[in-house]
Design a protein around this ligand. Structure first.
Ligand code: ATP
Ligand code: MG
Length: 485
């Protein structure tokens, strides 16, 4: 079924078309009638002018208008066209030439009115004005009949009465009308066809968009529309497809997130439940050691929930930074201090290299401390005994940024994992990370917090080569803009 918009547009065009057609027909009719009227009037006048001398001649010969009707009738009845040149004029009444006789025949097909010098009608071939007086203004269009210097009458050639005019004028007019009407009908049909086609081409992508949008509303986010043109409709289709793709990505991410969260919560909860059940059944003793295990699981859950909260706040842009002028080096040293004992215990050295006089930076100290903790936590976790962690602070060459890097001598991150380490719940070595309690949120949080500060994050691995030529070590780096207060 054609759409409502389609019908509306075609109907509107049809209206315009009808208007144009009617106007064309009416105006052409008027114009041709006017032109035709002028033409017949002019030719009637011309005929009158040509015939006037014949009548003047008649008047001169007879001295009056008496018998002029018989004369004209005879002249008209005179057989024409069969006479030779030499005989011309001899057999015609008066001094009428063959041409004038022929003319008379045509004029008599119209209406001929002869008026005498006083305006009295002497002859009207249609008998309408017989015996009347013709007003002066009507005489003005006639041809004066002169004998010497005196005007003895006026000859008027008028369009013949109803019957004659209708045949001639209406024949001409109806021929013109037929032609105009034919042209209008053909042009209208062609235009209508063209419009129907153009409108269809506009409507059909709209219909496709409508169907796709309805399908999306019902939850089918895989809907896309074909882009067939490069005009506004094509752009709308393109925008629609982009919107659908972005919706699909968001929906996929949301599902993934829910699945990941459920998955992450399941392990500590399962451990808690199993241990508690074992205690209830008396399989496990309810001693301090067991409580510690339960406590660790609860702590893990707590951290997970806190990390997720922080991440979702940061990702949705609802995490407000409390920026203040902060000396970066002392902040880093404070974080190193937190890790010193653990590093010493593991046999890992911690080093820092930083410029002496770095001006304070405008940042949220608590959040940047969190970034450093997450990075150092990873470095220490993945660096074996005897390893080395080196923290380096380097002012950017353009003086507009500061770069902070943490390089460790751990095993490094496999090449295929490197692009993904900043994604949430991503763990390069699944089993090892889980065993060490990692949930894969640390670097995702780092990325969000650094981005909130207007900085960038990057990961590089390997960064060193051992004696056998194998690469090892990881460098995580982030920049901070130097918005000095
Ligand atoms: P969480 O930090 O949430 O406790 P996690 O440490 O596993 O868990 P991320 O900090 O996001 O998660 O790190 C993601 C993954 O990147 C880690 O699981 C690990 O495989 C890898 N990774 C991160 N830093 C290093 C590093 N310094 N050396 C080797 N691998 C690393
Ligand atoms: Mg981590």
């Amino acid at each position: 079924m054609p759409s409502r918009l389609y019908l509306k547009l075609v109907a509107a065009f049809l209206g315009v078309l009808l208007l144009v057609a009617v106007l064309t027909v009416v105006l052409t009719r008027r114009a041709t009638r006017l032109a035709f009227g002028t033409y017949t009037e002019r030719s009637a006048q011309a005929w009158a002018q040509r015939l006037a001398p014949v009548l003047a001649d008649y008047y001169q010969r007879t001295g009056s208008w008496a018998g002029v009707d018989i004369f004209l009738h005879m002249a008209e009845m005179w057989p024409r066209g069969h006479m030779g040149q030499g005989m011309m004029g001899n057999n015609l009444p008066g001094h009428m030439t063959q041409f004038q006789s022929a003319l008379l025949g045509r004029v008599l097909a119209q209406r001929l009115v002869l008026v005498d010098a006083d305006g009295q009608v002497i002859l009207d071939t249609q008998g309408v004005w017989e015996g009347q007086t013709v007003p002066a203004d009507a005489l003005a269009v006639g041809a004066p009949i002169r004998v010497g210097n005196a005007q003895v009458g006026t000859l008027l050639v008028l369009p013949a009465g109803e019957a004659g005019v209708i045949t001639l004028e209406s024949q001409f007019l109806s021929a013109v009308n037929r032609a105009v009407l034919g042209a209008v009908v053909i042009a209208s049909a062609a235009a209508l066809l063209l419009v129907a086609l153009v409108v269809y081409r506009v409507i059909s992508p709209l219909r496709r968009l409508q169907r796709a949008a309805q399908a999306i509303a019902k939850g089918d986010l895989s809907q896309r529309v074909p882009i067939l043109t490069h005009d506004e409709l094509g752009e709308v289709s393109l925008a629609f497809n982009e919107m659908a793709a972005s919706l699909e990505r968001a929906e996929k991410a949301r599902r993934q997130m829910v699945a990941d969260v459920a998955h992450e919560l399941r392990t500590p909860l399962a451990v808690l439940q199993a241990n508690l059940e074992a205690m209830q059944d008396g399989v496990l003793p309810m001693d301090l050691e067991q409580v510690q295990v339960l406590y660790d699981q609860v702590q893990l859950l707590n951290r997970l929930v806190a990390d997720l909260r922080l991440l979702s706040l940061a990702e949705s842009g609802h995490l407000a930074l409390e920026k203040q002028p902060t000396a970066l080096i002392p902040l880093i040293q404070k974080v190193i201090g937190q890790f010193e004992a653990a590093a010493a215990q593991k046999g890992v050295t911690l080093e820092i290299s930083a410029p002496e006089n770095l001006p304070p930076l405008l940042l949220d100290p608590q959040r940047i401390q969190q970034v450093l903790v997450n990075l150092l936590d990873n470095a220490l976790r993945y660096t074996p005994a005897g390893g080395r962690i080196r923290i380096e602070v380097v002012p950017g060459a353009d003086e507009r940024t500061v770069s902070i890097s943490i390089a460790d001598s751990g095993p490094g991150i496999p090449r295929e994992d490197l692009p993904h380490v900043f994604e949430r719940f991503y763990r390069a070595d699944k089993s090892r990370a889980r065993a060490s309690g990692g949930s894969g949120l640390g670097l995702a949080i780092v990325k969000q917090l650094v981005h909130l500060h207007g900085g960038e994050v990057s990961a590089e691995s390997p960064i060193y080569t051992d004696a056998q030529g194998r690469g090892y070590g990881t460098r995580l780096q982030f920049t901070l803009p130097r918005q000095t207060p």
